[in-house]
Ligand binder design. Structure first.
Ligand code: SAH
Length: 343
């Protein structure tokens, strides 16, 4: 529940209003996952809450620390036995968490592992937030930045994601600035317009990965529903209305989208649009035949964009030794569980 909803709920139960702030703070600031831990509430009230409500648990099932760059990856178990993943990265400005928004994904991008194990269900807002609390408690740190770039398509779980954004931003909760939150989408056009009208100054990132429809449709089925021109028009409207620069993710796959011609075409598509392109060497996924572009092709691609006036960055690949790409751990865990069941 958002803070306002919780306050209404509490008043509806004839409980004094100040309790709402206490309960919200236990749930959203301290991140407790049971009512019994709310020690400043009477035993009677705790029992009442226990009878009437449930807190969706998020527990650490596995944890991996990269020996290359200290990126940390968690496999979390949810209340119904499903798994999702989150990654913690340390930057100069603090800790960033990359969280999942769904159990699995329906979008079917050809290079991505999240979609391989199928789509199970949407995450609740509390389960998205729970990933942050668990990581903070485990590492004894404060996370200042969030990216919605883990398993799932956030705009395919729109209502819960917006609820999550409002709850993490609330001053009685984690109080994370909306400006420090990035939402990545494969391009669900109507939802980009909806998000634009929410008044939430988050950063929008579009997974573009191709300069034209022919190439994009080969790797991203969503492009057959909303093509590049439609999605770029939506991004431009988003940038104009929110005053926030949109960024584009461009995963470089050898022989697919990494030629110099692709870079030239991309630059012409983005010309005049205040944006930023993040170039990412594709991460190896066992079941996918992705070949990483050579460092020479990546450099040429980058130089071409820059020379044509497009802001770009070559992203470092973090956590390559710990299956840190979307969906890789959940996929492996599901495979192991299946084999164990067979035996
Ligand atoms: N569904 C959302 C967010 C999750 S994916 C989206 O599509 O944007 C987060 C980013 O990782 C996306 O840009 C996605 O295309 C990219 N990605 C997925 N698998 C990858 C891989 N194997 N290597 C590099 N990037 C990958």
């Amino acid at each position: 529940m958002t803070f306002d909803e919780l306050e209404k709920e509490i008043l509806g139960l004839n409980i004094p209003k100040f309790r709402a702030k206490q309960i919200y703070s236990w749930l959203h600031q301290k991140g407790v996952m049971s009512f019994d831990e709310m020690t400043n509430l009477s035993k009677e009230l705790r029992n009442k809450l226990n009878e009437k409500y449930f807190i969706p648990s998020v527990d650490i099932e596995e944890k991996y620390v990269s020996s290359i760059d200290s990126t940390i990856k968690y496999l979390f178990r949810l209340y119904d036995g499903e798994y999702v993943e989150a990654v913690i990265m340390k930057y100069k400005y603090g800790y960033t968490i990359c969280i999942s928004s769904q159990v699995g994904c329906k979008m079917g991008c050809k290079f991505c592992a999240s979609t391989l194990a199928g789509f199970k269900r949407n995450l609740l807002a509390g389960e998205m937030e729970g990933q942050i609390h668990k990581a903070q408690q485990d590492l004894n740190i404060r996370i200042s930045h969030i990216v919605l770039m883990g398993i799932g398509e956030p705009l395919d779980n729109y209502d819960n994601v917006v609820r999550f954004l409002r709850t993490v931003n609330n001053e009685n909760g984690l109080h994370i600035s909306l400006r420090d939150i990035t939402l990545s989408t494969c391009g669900i056009v109507p939802k980009i317009y909806d998000l634009m009208n929410e008044g939430l100054p988050i950063t929008l990132t579009l997974s573009l990965h191709a300069p034209n429809d022919e190439i994009r449709s080969k790797t991203m089925p969503v492009n057959d529903k909303w093509n590049i021109d439609e999605v770029l028009t939506a991004c431009k409207a988003y940038a104009q209305k929110t005053g926030r620069r949109v960024s584009f993710e461009y995963t470089l796959i050898s022989g697919v989208n990494d030629s110099k011609e692709c870079a030239v075409e991309l630059a012409s598509k983005l010309k005049g649009f205040l944006c930023h392109v993040n170039l990412i060497p594709v991460n190896d996924v066992k079941e996918r035949q992705n070949v990483q572009s050579s460092s020479k092709s990546i450099k040429t691609f980058y130089n071409t964009l820059c020379s044509l006036g497009i802001n770009a960055t070559i992203r470092r690949t973090l956590g390559s030794d710990i299956n840190a790409s979307c969906g890789q751990l959940r996929r492996r865990k599901n495979e192991v569980d299946k084999n164990e069941n067979c035996c």
